[in-house]
Ligand binder design. Structure first.
Ligand code: NAX
Length: 332
């Protein structure tokens, strides 16, 4: 057996953890010849539940699963890890302001970043799912200054997948016919799902869907709010937050990061900005990205019309405000 990929999942006893661990162990994400060793990090109060998840993983007899370890200490959990999925986070409680939420999450993601910096493998890759995902990724990266910046990502793949389906529904085509949709900015209500570079069965989506340059009509009134508020809609209808679709998106993100995006297409991911598209360097913003040889690259050279520019700028302003709040709380 080749050396297993060590994967650490935080919040492993939570809902999303439960929906993604079994698929990671099955081989469908990293490949049918890639053994994995899973580390489950939880808070002490939830390690017993995580042990139960580990027992169930054992009971699946996955041939590629080298073993499962349960941790309540980040240093031990991230020691030697190749892939860190940071799912566990502090949800917004009643009356909690954005600063309170960032402070609570800073207390989680700061130490986890330090632990990644101290002990993770040289090739470590980090995906932050726990909200506020972009700024939690920024805080994590800030605490691991020796790890290359391109190893820290935040999940906007669920928004991306939601956008693909909304476009396909509108055009009445199979979702596989839709390519090159983009989520820009923050994983929040200000995110900008962009169809101006998208294609439907090889034709410009804006032509097929009759979207004017100023975004009036369906784009502004229906598409953007439907994608941006889909999480709230799921809570209202299902009676709980997105779980399986969120886990699926995390696995799509990991799959593409390791195994590449399809030729001629791209996906969306929160990555550390290099200044592309005027997004201030260092912010973790969603961009259109391709993946090759285990690296995400921001798609360059897309023209943004005035509508897209304004939407992107608004979401980036929110990211900058979150960064400033995090800095003022000494979380960076
Ligand atoms: P759950 O509340 O079911 O699970 C969270 C788990 O994290 C709990 O078991 C808890 O004990 C654990 N945890 C808390 N602090 C921890 C720490 N310091 N170390 C390790 N584990 C810790 O939430 P779930 O539904 O699984 O959602 C997890 C996160 O994903 C939430 O922050 C949620 O907001 C976020 N989401 C992000 C999405 C995205 O697109 N980026 C979409 C889905 C989801 O809303």
């Amino acid at each position: 057996m080749t050396t297993p990929v060590r994967i650490t999942v935080t919040g492993a006893a939570g809902q999303i953890g439960y929906a993604l661990l079994f698929r990671l162990a099955s081989g469908e994400v990293l490949g049918p010849d890639v053994p994995v060793r899973l580390g489950l990090l939880e808070i002490p109060a939830a390690t017993r539940a995580a042990e139960g998840v580990a027992m169930e993983l054992d009971d699946c007899a996955f041939p590629l699963l080298d073993g499962v370890d349960v941790f309540d200490d980040p240093r031990a959990a991230f020691d030697g890890t190749n892939l860190a999925l940071l799912v566990g986070a502090r949800p917004r409680g009643p009356g909690m302001e954005r600063g309170d939420l960032l402070a609570a999450n800073g207390a989680i993601f700061g130490p986890q970043g330090e632990a990644i910096g101290a002990g993770a493998a040289d090739d470590v890759r980090v995906l932050v799912v726990g909200n506020p995902a972009n700024t939690n990724a920024l805080i994590t990266a800030a605490h691991a200054p020796d790890v290359p910046r391109d190893r820290f990502t935040a999940m906007t793949r669920l928004d991306h997948n939601r956008a693909l389906t909304q476009v396909a529904r509108r055009a009445d085509v199979p979702v596989g016919d839709v390519r090159r949709v983009t989520i820009w900015g923050n994983h929040s209500a200000t995110q900008y799902p962009d169809v101006f570079h998208a294609e439907i069965a090889g034709r410009p989506a804006a032509d097929v869907l009759h979207v004017p340059e100023d975004g009036a009509g369906w784009l502004t009134d229906d598409f953007v709010p439907t994608v941006a508020k889909r999480g709230a809609a799921i809570i209202e209808v299902r009676g709980g937050s997105s779980v399986a679709s969120a886990a699926n998106a995390a696995l799509d993100h990991v799959h593409d990061w390791y195994r590449g995006t399809p030729e001629g297409d791209w996906t969306s991911a929160g990555v550390v900005s290099d200044g592309s598209y005027g997004v201030p360097e260092g912010l973790v913003s969603s961009f259109p990205v391709t993946a090759r040889d285990g690296r995400f690259e921001i798609v360059q050279g897309l023209e943004l019309n005035a509508f897209s520019r304004a939407r992107l700028d608004a979401s980036v302003a929110e990211l900058a405000a979150e960064r400033d709040t995090a800095a003022s709380l000494a979380l960076l």
